[in-house]
Design a protein around this ligand. Structure first.
Ligand SMILES: *Cc1c(COP(=O)(O)O)cnc(C)c1O
Length: 268
């Protein structure tokens, strides 16, 4: 992939992507209930021409998600600057510099450490006119294969000592180039395949959000109410192709849909 060649989508693929995108956007719209929701189109392993087709579509898709730093760097270099890139992969602090150099990097959805927050805040160029949005990844299912910090529970009174609370407070107080916007989770596959019952991971993320919001609003946290979130609320990013509808019903603000838009992916 060279950064000078511009990606040209072929007409059949354009109409296929357009159909998928229109169908999913209208489901998101139907389930939105007047609350603004964001559909992130997850384009990992898919060519830049697919992204361009969705962006130039009548829907003008703006938000795209990528999991791998190098793939994101290459696509971002070939595609329009209006695109809002979301990094949704495992974040290593030694990659912070490479990510921070992408001018239209909009959100990091997978922050889990003070080390990575520090590296990002340091690496972001001062020429950037808007802060980099941050979601902290929470491991709601507790699976060892998933990254993320442990969720908060309402029965405990040591909220200030939790890793999640400490990271949130560090971002707000020590990282002026970052803005803490909310929380993200993937959740267990069994929960996302079970369409009969409430998704426990979505419930856990919502509860964690409430706990963190109330802590941030308390005098204990020592942060202003305008220094985090969006209109005094933290956002939730949960829901993928198999469960974005349930996620929207459970109050998700951001859904991340790959397969449903782009079709299945080859395995890595
Ligand atoms: C790949 C990926 C998605 C999209 O998954 P689909 O099931 O293809 O919709 C969403 N979120 C994360 C974190 C991912 O890695």
């Amino acid at each position: 992939m060279s950064s000078s060649s511009s990606p040209v989508p072929d007409p059949e693929r354009v109409s296929e992507l357009s159909e998928n995108l229109t169908r999913i956007r209208s489901r998101v719209q139907d389930l939105s209930r007047d609350k603004p929701r964001t559909l992130v189109a997850v384009s990992k392993y898919k060519p830049a021409s697919d992204v361009l087709a969705c962006h130039q579509n009548e829907n003008g898709q703006l938000d795209f998600g990528e999991n791998y730093v190098q793939e994101l760097v290459e696509k971002a270099a070939q595609l329009p600057l209006e695109i809002r890139w979301h990094f949704i992969g495992t974040l290593q602090s030694n990659k912070a510099k490479t990510l921070a150099a992408i001018p239209n990097l909009h959100t990091i959805q997978t922050l889990t450490s003070i080390k990575a927050a520090t590296a990002l805040n340091k690496a972001l160029p001062t020429t950037r006119t808007f802060p980099l949005n941050i979601l902290i990844q929470v491991n709601t299912s507790g699976e060892l294969s998933k990254s993320g910090l442990p969720p908060l529970s309402s029965s405990e009174d040591n909220t200030q000592d939790e890793e999640l609370t400490k990271l949130a407070s560090f971002i707000i107080k020590k990282c002026p180039k970052l803005r803490l916007q909310g929380l993200m989770t993937i959740g267990a596959l069994e929960q996302s395949m079970d369409h009969e019952h409430e998704n426990k991971d979505f419930e856990r993320l919502s509860q964690t959000k409430e706990e963190l919001e109330s802590w941030l609003r308390s005098s204990e946290s020592d942060v202003g109410k305008d220094s985090w979130g969006s209109d005094g609320r933290l956002l939730l990013s949960m829901g993928m192709s198999s469960d974005y509808e349930e996620a929207l019903e459970a109050g998700s603000d951001i859904v991340r849909v790959g397969t449903g838009i782009f079709g299945s992916r080859r395995m890595k």
